[in-house]
Design a protein around this ligand. Sequence first.
Ligand code: MN
Length: 136
Amino acid sequence: MSETIEPKKVMIIEDNEVNQKISDMIIKKLGHNTIQVFDGKGAIKTIRQEKPHLIILDIQLPENCSGIDICKEIKGDPELKHIPVIVVTALHGDEDKKQITAESGCDEYIAKPFLPNVFIDAISQFIEVNSVDWDE
Ligand code: MN
């Protein structure tokens, strides 16, 4: 039996249905609640309302909305900047990683497609997680 942890709110900002579903499933398995957001337009407003403990943020979002701009806005806001942001993106060259990290101010960066363990390791840097037995 894994010990019970206090559930936290994790916001997933991701337009791809499959990636949303995978992220949502993993985060719930880790013992946390999710807030699923599929585009970038109202994201900052939702963050202000919900005050998540962690944000998973895609970079390429609909309507030319960039996760980089959302992250910059979070990190430039005194009330939001403490919220850790994990950028998850298909842009995965070393230069992309350097540039996105420097420009956005994100706390962690992972490339898509990711292995569940990579995702879990990234999350567990910021919030406590339940240990997951994937063979269950
Ligand atoms: Mn996307």
